[in-house]
Write a protein that binds this ligand. Structure first.
Ligand SMILES: Nc1ncnc2c1ncn2[C@@H]1O[C@H](COP(=O)(O)OP(=O)(O)OP(=O)(O)O)[C@@H](O)[C@H]1O
Ligand SMILES: [Mg+2]
Length: 327
């Protein structure tokens, strides 16, 4: 457990990551992801609890733990005045690589992260995404047995995100155990063997991505009706097809969503029924659950929303417990 004033940042986070696998820690802003990473990487002492990394007790032997881990933090830790190349070279030297090996590794990483052209410019001239990439490259200079990456792809464009995913997959194929935090289910989906969903400093669900999605109610049918006055009829139709009957409505975009089982065949039936009721549609589709869906289903409200119009009771109860962090 870890409290900051009255905020219980961690309130019983219980994790274990089998060697050589990736655990994705998923959660909204303020869930406790960074705090968890800071405790496990010896940067923060919890008020109570126990943590073991690479077989070593984090609280009793922090120095020993530091020797076997690597960390890429949420905020870049690069030296502004050094060039990209110098930053990476310095990290290699700090980890006791030979000058030649450090240079070669720096050049390789600069290339992989699309920083070769900017390699000899001071880091202070880099854009936000370039800094982020340099920071990630710095974390990958050596391949420690246990790696921690805190939201590694936040702020990266799709091409660089893909590049990082590849580097991470290679790292894990080489035997590294990874704890990765992210706000994107898609990313956890792609990289993580197992996913832990945290909210308010607590693990609220754990499983493979398929298990979580199944718990969330599988696929969604999403319909955008043409006119605001068609929302009510659209909602009735979807409620009849929905697995749990819980239709989510976004009034301003006229978007209705419901968890379903039955796939494409069901979609055709929904279209027929909407047509029969005279509901005109702008868009309709079947999609896989998103992180928001996981949240709505696990907590009764969206990750960022204050309350959910469709579940006033559940949302009310959650809002009340949110105000009192000691509950
Ligand atoms: N040093 C600190 N002092 C006071 N409160 C803190 C401190 N660090 C974290 N907190 C609080 O602890 C809670 C968890 O924060 P944490 O940084 O772990 O969240 P997170 O899951 O990493 O969120 P994000 O997605 O925004 O990075 C938040 O309520 C935060 O305000
Ligand atoms: Mg964080």
């Amino acid at each position: 457990m870890k409290t900051f004033g009255d905020v219980r940042a961690l309130d019983g986070v219980d994790l274990d990551v089998p060697e050589g696998t990736v655990l994705g820690l998923l959660g909204p802003n303020g869930a406790g992801k960074t705090t968890t990473v800071r405790v496990l990487t010896t940067l923060l002492r919890p008020d109570s609890g126990r943590a073991v990394v690479a077989g070593v007790d984090v609280l009793k032997h922090p120095n020993e733990v530091r020797r076997s881990i690597g960390l890429s933090g949420q905020f870049a830790a690069v030296d502004e005045y050094l060039t990209g190349r110098e930053n990476l070279h310095m990290v290699g030297r700090l980890y006791q690589m030979s000058g030649r090996a450090a240079k070669a590794r720096a050049a390789e990483l600069l290339e992989r992260f699309g920083l070769a052209d900017a390699a000899d410019r001071p880091a202070k001239t880099y854009s936000g995404g370039m800094r982020r990439r340099l920071d990630l490259a710095a974390a990958l200079v050596v391949s420690p047995p246990v790696m921690f990456m805190d939201e590694p792809t936040t702020g990266l464009d799709p091409r660089n995100r893909q590049a990082l995913w590849e580097v991470i997959q290679e790292l894990v194929a080489g035997g590294t155990t990874l704890l990765l935090t992210t706000q994107y289910l898609e990313e956890a989906d792609h990289l993580a063997h197992e996913i832990c969903v945290v909210d308010h400093g607590r693990v609220i669900a754990r499983g493979t991505s398929d298990q979580l999605k199944a718990r969330t109610g599988g696929e969604r049918v999403e319909v955008v009706v043409h006119r605001p006055d068609e929302i009510a009829a659209g909602r009735e139709v979807l409620a009849a097809f929905g697995r749990s009957g819980a239709v989510t409505v976004e009034e301003h975009t006229r978007r209705l969503t419901v968890p379903v089982t039955g796939g494409a065949k069901l979609l055709a039936e929904v279209i027929r029924e909407l047509d029969a009721r005279g509901v005109e549609i702008d868009d309709i589709g079947l999609r896989r659950p998103t992180l928001d869906d996981v949240f709505i289903s696990l907590t009764g409200h969206a990750a960022e929303q204050k309350d959910a119009p469709d579940a006033p009771d559940a949302a009310g109860a959650t809002a009340a417990s949110r105000k009192d962090p000691l509950k």
